[in-house]
Design a protein around this ligand. Structure first.
Ligand code: AMP
Length: 216
């Protein structure tokens, strides 16, 4: 099963992708996570994208397409994958189609997590992740069950994204509306888009997505 989770920053794509990856035993591919790892490692890629990400702008298509093309080649993607944060532009979507066609694969669903911009700033500014396993949490909506301890792996270190601040969020939302949202008609024309209300509880969104994917 090959699925794209589509939606603005803060819609819950990463959270839902983690749940789906567990449930279906398929790979969660987050281009944002890949880039953050590159920045943390200080690699040439990381150095090239650091400022762009800090500004909330999009990394150039050629870099992103190469990154995902390499990752999709890995054996663990053969059973299927959940894309989170890719594609974000028309050239990326077209390149993805070409890559999949070459491997005799296709996209099963694009799940559009729809949510109002007004809710997103609050959501984004409160979120944090386990530094060990990456599990996502939120100051108001999803605290660890035991304070200071990750529900997933028991680690006690957490981190917050540098670009999760009010100013950068504005730029990221602008990039979404200008460059990414226009992809919806592209996928609608393939009749694979399903819409989910992203303003509801994490478990409700997950339930709705599961129902959609039962039909795949
Ligand atoms: P995310 O974790 O998906 O919110 O991505 C964080 C940042 O990484 C974005 O604001 C962009 O700067 C960059 N990024 C991630 N995925 C892409 C992509 N597909 N195309 C361009 N830039 C991306």
């Amino acid at each position: 099963m090959n699925v794209i989770l589509f939606g603005p920053p803060g819609a819950g794509k990463g959270t839902q992708a983690q749940l789906l990856a567990k449930r279906y035993g398929i790979v969660h591919l987050s281009t944002g996570d890949m880039l953050r790892q590159a920045v943390a490692s200080g690699s040439a890629l990381g150095q090239a994208v650091q400022k762009i990400m800090a500004a909330g702008s999009l990394v150039p298509d050629d870099i992103m397409i190469e990154l995902i093309a390499e990752r999709i080649e890995a054996p663990d993607c053969a059973n299927g994958f959940i894309l989170d944060g890719f594609p974000r532009t028309t050239p990326q979507a077209e390149a993805l189609d070409a890559m999949l066609a070459e491997k005799g694969m296709s996209l099963d669903r694009v799940i559009w997590i729809e949510i109002d911009d007004a809710i997103l700033v609050d959501r984004i500014s409160g979120r944090f992740n386990c530094a060990e396993c990456g599990a996502g949490f939120h100051d108001s909506f999803h605290r660890p069950k035991v304070e200071g301890v990750c529900d997933g792996c028991g680690a006690r270190e957490f981190s917050r994204r540098k670009d999760d601040n009010a100013e950068t969020v504005k730029a990221r939302l602008e990039a979404y509306h200008e460059q990414t949202a226009p992809l919806l008609p592209y996928y609608r024309s393939k009749s694979i888009v399903e819409t989910v209300d992203g303003s509801t509880q994490i478990s409700d969104v997950a339930g709705r997505i599961e129902t959609i994917l039962e039909g795949v």
